[in-house]
Design a protein around this ligand. Structure first.
Ligand SMILES: Nc1nc2c(ncn2[C@@H]2O[C@H](COP(=O)(O)OP(=O)(O)OP(=O)(O)O)[C@@H](O)[C@H]2O)c(=O)[nH]1
Ligand SMILES: [Zn+2]
Length: 351
């Protein structure tokens, strides 16, 4: 097995590395499913490195790692290689934010090339959610593509396409049906060997069905849902990376479903360039875009160039990002403070 087929590039590791590269294809409680030159294998974390010294980030689905291969048992994972892209979630979501005591980053998928932002064309279609996913996608380091699913269930979706075009300028937008096969071929540009796609979208919108349609065979289980309430059943049970016959890999993890906002500011700039392009044009350089005279944002909204809704989305996402940012900075500082207090106490006990 050549790990290049799984997207590995030689320059990911230095010459002096002691071990062989592998890719994480699934994460179980304490055990990792891996693929390496010897094929599929299982791995565990080397405790002295991951727990005692805490110098490596815990591997996640999609990660490239260095292992000490063991042909008769679990291999030892000794290093997590640098990620070119990643999705993280924080351990709160939505409205419960104010009740949560800790916000810690947990990486749920990594090293993907494309982010398929998926929404179904029937009742579930929600522009706000797509906008939010776009922000996350830009921030992740992958390239977003919007996939509108279940096109067979609607007669005309031109309006939805136009609406998405407005919030996702310059991005590929595709309407597909896993049922009839409509539009599936138009995705071939993204189905290149060695490339990795990650799927982002709520339960029941047809992620597994799309994977099966792309594969031309059933790779993932699908539980039927009633279309009248379009509720999903959370069929995906554990994180996984699978390889399609085309040689493209797909990551579909339940963790992706609960993605919150984490350090989203970078992505925000890219997803809202149209909004942020007004910022330099206000009369006052410290304009808060509220009621200041000569505010370019206010003007743009008044003359219809910028919709009030889009501006509200921007503010909403910005404030959530700020919350996480402040919260995690606070926790980092608190952590550091506690550590120095502990050190100080230890020294004083000794002395
Ligand atoms: N009519 C129609 N139904 C579809 C299509 N794609 C998926 N479905 C149906 O939608 C339901 C959910 O599909 P899944 O592929 O399991 O959805 P999922 O996003 O993987 O769901 P989770 O695994 O829960 O995240 C099933 O009943 C599918 O048969 C489509 O293109 N057309
Ligand atoms: Zn302004």
């Amino acid at each position: 097995m050549d790990l290049k087929e799984y997207g590995f590039i030689n320059t990911m590791i230095s010459e002096d590395v002691r071990g062989i590269p592998a890719r994480v294809t699934a994460v179980h409680k304490e055990r990792y499913e891996l693929i390496c030159i010897y094929g599929q294998t299982y791995g565990k974390l080397k405790a002295s490195i991951y727990y005692n010294q805490q110098q490596e980030s815990f591997p996640t689905t999609g990660d490239f790692v260095i292992i000490q291969y063991n042909e008769s048992g679990d291999s030892l994972i000794i290093k997590t290689l640098e990620r070119k892209s990643k999705f993280s979630r924080n351990n709160f979501s939505g409205h419960a934010a104010e009740y949560v005591k800790t916000v810690k980053e947990q990486v749920v998928a990594s090293n993907f090339d494309y982010v398929f932002i998926m929404a179904s064309l029937n009742q579930d279609f929600n522009l706000k959610r797509i906008e939010r996913y776009l922000t996350l996608a830009w921030q992740s380091g992958g390239s977003p593509v919007v996939i509108l699913t279940k096109s067979d269930l609607v007669d005309d979706y031109s309006e939805q396409i136009r609406a998405v075009e407005k919030i996702a300028p310059g991005i590929g937008i595709f309407a597909v049906s896993a049922k009839t096969g409509h539009g599936i071929e138009s995705l071939s540009d993204y189905l290149k060997p060695g490339k990795t796609i990650v799927l982002l979208g709520s339960s029941g919108i047809g992620k597994s069905s799309l994977v099966n349609a792309l594969a031309g065979e059933v790779l993932m289980a699908i539980k039927e849902i009633r279309e009248d309430d379009s509720r999903g059943r959370h069929t995906t049970t554990h994180r996984q990376l699978i390889k399609l016959p085309s040689g493209t890999m797909v990551i579909d993890t339940p963790g992706m479903r609960e993605l919150g906002m984490w350090d989203v500011n970078v992505g925000l700039n890219e997803a809202f360039t149209d909004v942020e392009s007004y910022f330099g044009k206000c009369k006052f350089s410290d304009c808060r875009h509220k009621s200041e005279p000569g505010c370019a944002i206010k003007q743009a909204i008044e003359n219809g160039e910028l919709s009030q809704e889009r501006w509200n989305s921007y503010l909403q996402i910005k404030s959530e990002a700020q919350f996480v940012d402040n919260r995690s900075r606070y926790l980092r500082e608190k952590d550091a403070r506690n550590k120095s207090i502990a050190m100080w106490k230890k020294r004083n006990r000794k002395g």
